[in-house]
Design a protein around this ligand. Structure first.
Ligand code: UFG
Length: 358
């Protein structure tokens, strides 16, 4: 029990394995199991990546016992500053199964996906293999191990070119790239699994995640980096010679694509509300899907000039052809998340998001 009060879960686990013959130890173990179950265990799959590593921090600070699972294909081990780390690929059913048996998680947050729109156009197999097959494997392992709560990271890319903005949850889903299709397939799988196997799910469709945690402990580190804001920041710091605008002939106010940028911390807070739905609320709001954005859009040109203004740095901007797979405008309606999850973004201004990067 003392070990538990000290939070030594690993030691308790070892005790469970080695000392079952002694009655006194069995009592200790039973009490420890009881105390352990008071703290919910959450698997953060893909927790070494940008959004997952921020999520692990938020979840640990909120009092969850976090285990990060990641194959480190795009994530970084040193980004796992909160929770335990287990090297695991979601396609490896044997390893997944062992980890579910070892920790018996109460919920899974699934961030483990390839997510670069342009890459998905040239290498769709990679996207369907990991994002769909891998997820299917993860969900099957969850069900096999009686873990029925999952929060799935989906994307604005499931909507394709919007027929209206802001995009609400009812908007038709017609993705225009394999990445968006891979995420929509998983959304449909979740719906079917929920009907058939009583899986409880929440789908969060992120618009453009951006920014860093306020302490500057974590960061966005993609290799290669393809996202607009980190690339503009590199240009502002003098670490790249220019920033390219991909397409200036879109049907938008200045011809460049418009996106709804949402701070990563705000996304994480929405996920914590999601865990509350599973663990604390009587309301039947699962299984459900939510669009997560700020409800306002900024063009590529506007973002570039805001960064120039806030950093007081000038840098070269070049105009290039359109990038394949890019919709012209993506802006979220967050009314449903606000009503049901009390979702209120804290860093809703583009200035706040950029400032967190400076
Ligand atoms: N862009 C440029 N120059 C660059 C990089 C990007 O002009 O050097 C443009 C893109 O063409 C796009 C906009 O900036 O119009 C935003 O591009 P990002 O690469 O930052 O983000 P995406 O909108 O392509 O995609 C991101 C995530 C996806 C998610 C999507 C949801 O990477 O996983 O947001 O809105 F689906």
């Amino acid at each position: 029990m003392l070990l538990n009060l000290l939070g030594c879960r690993e030691i308790i686990n070892d005790l469970q394995g080695y000392y079952l013959s002694s009655l006194s130890h069995i009592i200790i173990i039973n009490i420890s199991l009881y105390l352990n179950r008071m703290k919910k265990i959450v698997f953060i799959v893909g927790g070494a990546g940008y959004i997952g590593s921020h999520m692990a921090k938020h979840a640990v600070l909120a009092g969850y016992d976090v285990v990060v699972l990641d194959n480190l294909s795009t994530g970084h081990k040193d980004a796992v500053k909160y929770g335990k780390f287990e090297l695991c690929d979601i396609k490896d059913k044997t390893k997944l199964d062992a980890l579910f048996k070892k920790y018996q998680p109460d919920a899974v947050m699934h961030f483990s996906a390839y997510s670069i729109v342009s890459e998905s156009v040239v290498d769709p197999y990679k996207y369907y293999d990991n994002n769909v097959s891998g997820t299917l494997n993860l969900l099957k392992t969850m069900l096999d191990n009686h873990c029925n709560n999952v929060i799935f990271s989906s994307t604005a890319a499931v909507f394709g070119n919007p027929e209206y903005v802001p995009i609400d949850e009812e908007h038709i889903k017609k993705p225009i790239n394999p990445y968006g299709r891979s995420k929509l397939m998983v959304e449909q799988i979740l719906e079917d699994f929920s009907q058939a196997y009583n899986l409880k799910y929440l789908v969060f469709r992120y618009f453009n995640a951006a920014g860093h945690d306020v302490d500057g402990e974590l960061s966005e580190r993609h290799d290669p980096e393809t996202h607009l804001l980190p690339l503009i920041m590199q240009a502002a710091r003098g670490n790249r010679k220019n920033i390219a605008i991909f397409g200036t002939d879109y049907d938008t106010k200045d011809g460049t694509c418009i996106r709804d940028y949402i701070h990563v911390d705000d996304l994480c807070v929405a996920h914590l509300s999601g865990l509350n739905v599973f663990f604390n609320e009587g309301k039947e709001v699962h299984s459900n899907n939510f669009n997560l954005g700020n409800g306002s859009g900024f063009s590529v040109k506007e973002v570039i000039s805001k960064v120039k203004e806030l950093t007081n740095k000038d840098f070269t901007v070049v105009e290039r052809e359109r990038r394949s797979g890019d919709p012209a405008v993506l802006i979220a309606s967050n009314i449903k998340a606000s009503k049901i999850l009390n979702f209120t973004p804290n860093k809703s201004k583009i200035e706040d998001i950029i400032k967190s990067l400076i």
